[in-house]
Design a protein around this ligand. Structure first.
Ligand SMILES: Cc1cc2nc3c(=O)[nH]c(=O)nc-3n(C[C@H](O)[C@H](O)[C@H](O)COP(=O)(O)OP(=O)(O)OC[C@H]3O[C@@H](n4cnc5c(N)ncnc54)[C@H](O)[C@@H]3O)c2cc1C
Length: 368
């Protein structure tokens, strides 16, 4: 078996592995190992591609906020990444109290008159919402451009090895050794686990404690909004997060039932029932006849037990976690990669130092 020596091995070339490897690449030769034929085949290629500051637990908000400048002013080698799109939250009467607390606790969320929404989104059914709010400072992310930009950075000083599933991982003589389905063996003093839904499986293979990762399936579909050009519509959803829609193009609207169904790690597929629920919930709020679903997909959003991320050292020397990205792995990616690199190098991450305890993977380690 061929042996390749590197300074760091990163397992998984989705968004988490790509940003981790790219942030290590300036000072290290990195081997980025990906089981599939294409990087981003799993969750990274299946997201809704939105950046929303008021989303997720405090560590996620800190990482999203710290990522903003990267999206708005991308560094050399990245094309424009952010395209403005406001987020409108609708509250039926039963969700009005929830909306009020969201406005009180969130940053930059304002009450929004229903009459104004009806102008922006003319299909809103009168009577659905009792109140609404708008978060103007949100944007669509060009996920493919972000991901490819990170992968190009890695390839300048390292390798992206596709069709290389790490199937045997051992630490000997101060080095991690990863043997892959591609018939090669990689060795490095540092190993980063960025395997998404398979994060705990990689820990088991490496014989280190797992952290209780739970993949949860989320469904999305594309429908035609009929006579309406929806391209300038905001993202619209309800306050309890049971459905949302996001324009994809002039005549394409992405709809999701915001489902979170526990799943084993797998190539997630949409279920008919979740597609039907998405359409039903959307149609209670929006007058959009659906004659045909153009395309439907599902992806696994993988959460830690407390829903904060897992970024940093594990209990074995040189083993680092970059997992638990949940529903925020795109919008947090630039800062999450930078934080991981600081933790590996022993550098001060600046204001992100405040979230290190919240994302420390050792808070979650289990021996089963
Ligand atoms: C419908 C939907 C909507 C979403 N919307 C948003 C959004 O608007 N904004 C946002 O920020 N996030 C969103 N997300 C979440 C976001 O997509 C994820 O958080 C992110 O893509 C996770 O990236 P990842 O690299 O951890 O996982 P993945 O992209 O799944 O990558 C993990 C990779 O590891 C590889 N791998 C696993 N085991 C091995 C092994 N042993 N050896 C080698 N490779 C291995 C896998 O093949 C896979 O490619 C959404 C997700 C879904 C499903």
């Amino acid at each position: 078996m061929e042996l390749h020596n590197f300074d760091a091995i990163v397992i998984g070339a989705g968004m988490a592995g790509a940003t981790a490897a790219a942030h290590l690449a300036p000072t290290r030769r990195v081997a980025l190992l990906e089981a599939e034929e294409t990087a981003g085949y799993h969750t990274t290629g299946r997201s809704a591609a939105i950046w929303i500051l008021n989303y997720g637990p405090p560590d996620v908000r800190a990482l999203s906020g710290a990522s903003r400048s990267f999206f708005e002013t991308p560094p050399d080698g990245f094309p424009p990444l952010a395209h403005r799109r406001a987020v409108v939250t609708l509250a039926p009467p039963s969700q009005a109290a929830h909306l009020a607390s969201m406005i009180a606790e969130g940053a930059g969320i304002e009450p929004f008159p229903l009459a104004e929404i009806a102008v922006q989104v003319p299909v809103l059914r009168p009577g659905y919402a009792a109140a609404a709010a708008i978060e103007r400072d949100a944007f669509d992310i060009d996920v493919a451009a972000l991901h490819q930009g990170f992968l190009r950075t890695v390839q300048r000083n390292g390798v992206l090895a596709l069709r290389h599933r790490a199937s045997l991982i051992r630490r000997t003589d101060g080095l991690w050794h990863a043997e892959t389905s591609g018939g090669a063996s990689f060795a490095a003093p540092i190993l980063v686990n960025a395997a998404g839904a398979w994060g705990d499986e990689v820990a088991r293979i490496a014989e280190i404690p797992t952290i209780g990762l739970q993949p949860k399936r989320r469904t999305a579909l594309i429908v035609d909004p009929g006579a309406h050009d929806c391209s300038a519509w905001p993202l619209v959803g309800d306050c309890d997060h049971t459905w949302y829609v996001r324009p994809e193009a002039r005549r394409k609207l992405m709809v999701s039932p915001a489902d979170e169904t526990d799943s084993d790690p797998c190539d997630a597929q949409p279920e008919e029932i979740d597609i039907a629920i998405a359409i039903d919930r959307m149609q209670q709020a929006l007058d959009i006849p659906v004659t045909r679903v153009e395309h439907a997909w599902a992806g696994l959003r993988t959460f830690t037990p407390d829903r904060s991320l897992a970024i940093g050292a594990g209990s074995a020397p040189g083993f680092f976690w970059m997992c638990g990205q949940g529903g925020y792995g795109i919008q947090t990616a630039p800062a999450a990669g930078a934080l991981l690199a600081c933790l590996i190098d022993g550098r001060d991450p600046g204001p992100l130092a405040a979230i290190i305890p919240a994302v420390d993977p050792r808070r979650l380690e289990r021996t089963t």
